[in-house]
Design a protein around this ligand. Structure first.
Ligand code: 3PG
Length: 211
């Protein structure tokens, strides 16, 4: 799983108001070369969207984001998500994900958060909100004492094609997350070609790192 996240190094963070947009959005991302998605449980359409994408596009590595309640963890897995994330670290959510065998990445922002996550057995952590928390410089300093543990991070929040390379250049960064290429307005307008274009642009920027 980590290998697949590492391969493309970009996780689009999706908020869908209507599950009818799920398949065309997945198609637009695939056309841009991205076969991974995080569908957030911020709308009532989340579970159905995951279900529809899992059915229509089994090649997509599907994650569920913003998992704030244990029943959302269960619904995400039942719908077909294979990994989960949250903006913060809630031990109850971590425990439920472990119980039902859903790979889960809690959100962290401080050394204490990182240590709690490690003690709960989490090795891939969402660094959120990355930009506001201090960006790549902050993450580099935060991760320094923990590099030997093998912990990896997915910074999210305030990232776009313009600055993703600064994060991906850090060895502790597995991938970055972001909503810019799947912006709500683009989805509402059905602007799938622009989503595909932004996806290609993001992947090119990521591929250029270390090239
Ligand atoms: C998230 O939940 O990960 C963030 O809302 C995404 O942040 P962004 O919109 O700044 O990319």
């Amino acid at each position: 799983m980590l290998d697949r996240i590492l391969a493309k190094r970009i996780v689009p963070v999706v908020v869908l108001d209507s599950a009818n947009d799920a398949e065309p959005l997945a198609e637009a991302l695939l056309a841009g070369g991205l076969d991974i998605m995080e569908i957030t449980f911020r709308t009532a359409a989340a579970a159905e969207s995951i279900e529809r994408i899992a059915k229509a596009f089994p090649e997509i590595l599907l994650g569920a984001g913003t998992l704030l309640e244990t029943d959302q963890v269960v619904r995400a897995k039942e719908a077909g998500a294979v990994f989960g994330l949250a903006p913060g670290l809630n031990p109850e959510i971590v425990a439920k994900a472990k119980e039902i065998d859903l790979q889960f990445s809690p959100g962290i922002m401080t050394p204490s958060d990182v240590e709690q996550a490690l003690s709960l057995g989490c090795q891939l952590l969402k660094f959120f909100p990355a930009g506001a928390a201090g960006g790549p410089e902050m993450l580099k300093a935060l991760a320094g004492p923990y590099a030997h543990t093998g912990v990896k991070f997915v910074p999210t929040g305030g990232i776009s094609s313009k600055n993703l390379a600064d994060y991906l250049a850090l060895p502790v960064v597995a991938a970055i997350g972001g909503s810019w290429m799947v912006d709500k307005k683009l989805v509402a307008d059905g602007n799938w070609s622009e989503i595909t274009r932004l996806t290609k642009e993001a992947l090119a920027a990521a591929a250029a790192v270390g090239a």
